[in-house]
Design a protein around this ligand. Structure first.
Ligand code: ATP
Length: 256
């Protein structure tokens, strides 16, 4: 097990938002997290990164190997975040800095976490851009985010997330803000990176079509709890929980 979440409870302002979430992520596997809006998917990802809203109270365990991320001192958690655990957000336009070149955003991150010098960091940045299939990485590194399409920007955000060789990647609705024509490419990329690098991926999405395209395991959340979890084929074709069935029934056309 790469990351094991057990009995995770989070409350904000006295309101319990997560009510005992259990979730296991494994190396080389994409774990899809589905559920309606407000069910707590994003909050689960943020808890793993130690990025809960101010004043939130969390209990339970989030084990990364031997360490419980919930009790880790802030300094150690900082090293884990962006290092061993990285995140890709929905909208690359907000996660990338508009005024900094792509190379700068990639290398600052690496120099901070990995202690590389300028030349080493640049070489690794070019390499990473190639890994996420940015055409002409040598030239791309000196360009700015607005010079790329939305899909390419999301690839760059993924490269930044990969910069410090994380074990766990949390991708929160990574294709939702993108044109449908480029969504499949980003999903294929995530799947390939998961396989090639042995990443444990948590793919948060409300889209069961996305889920059926790439996830190995699927968990379904409702009202701050995981109500069903299992292999993709079982959960999406033969769900045991009435809520999962209702989600599937609400899809237009055939079930995935
Ligand atoms: N910063 C915050 N402070 C207080 N409550 C919050 C905050 N962010 C989210 N919530 C509440 O936490 C609950 C879970 O939200 P969360 O964003 O995790 O849901 P979600 O399943 O990711 O939904 P969506 O698909 O809409 O992103 C919601 O009731 C939401 O109102």
């Amino acid at each position: 097990m790469t990351l094991a979440i057990s009995d995770l409870k989070v409350s904000v302002g006295g309101r319990e938002i997560l009510r005992g979430v259990d979730l296991d992520l494994r190396a080389g596997r994409v774990h899809g997290l589905a559920g309606e809006s407000g069910s707590g998917k994003t909050m689960t990802g943020l808890a793993v990164l130690g990025l809960l809203p101010h004043g939130a109270r969390a209990s339970g365990r989030i084990l990364l190997g031997e360490r419980d991320l919930l009790t880790l001192p802030a300094k150690d958690l900082n090293a884990v975040r962006g290092g061993e655990v990285a995140m890709v957000f929905q909208d690359p336009a907000t996660s990338l800095h508009p005024m900094l070149s792509v190379g700068r955003q990639l290398t600052e991150h690496m120099r901070h976490h990995l202690g590389l010098d300028k030349k080493q960091a640049r070489a690794r940045a070019v390499d990473l851009l190639g890994q996420v299939r940015i055409p002409g990485p040598e030239a791309a590194i000196d360009r700015y985010p607005h010079q790329f399409s939305g899909g390419m920007r999301q690839r760059i955000a993924i490269a930044i997330a990969l910069a410090c060789s994380p074990k766990v990647l949390i991708a929160d609705e990574p294709t939702t803000a993108l044109d449908v024509t480029v969504q499949a490419g980003i999903l294929r990329l995530l799947r390939g990176l998961c396989d090639d690098l042995g990443l444990a991926v948590l793919l948060v999405t409300h889209d069961l079509g996305v889920m059926s395209a790439v996830a190995d395991e699927v968990s379904v959340m409702k009202d701050g709890l995981v109500v069903e979890t299992g292999p993709r084929g079982t959960v999406l074709r033969d769900p045991s929980h009435p809520y999962t069935r209702a989600l599937l029934d609400s899809l237009p056309g055939e079930t995935p």
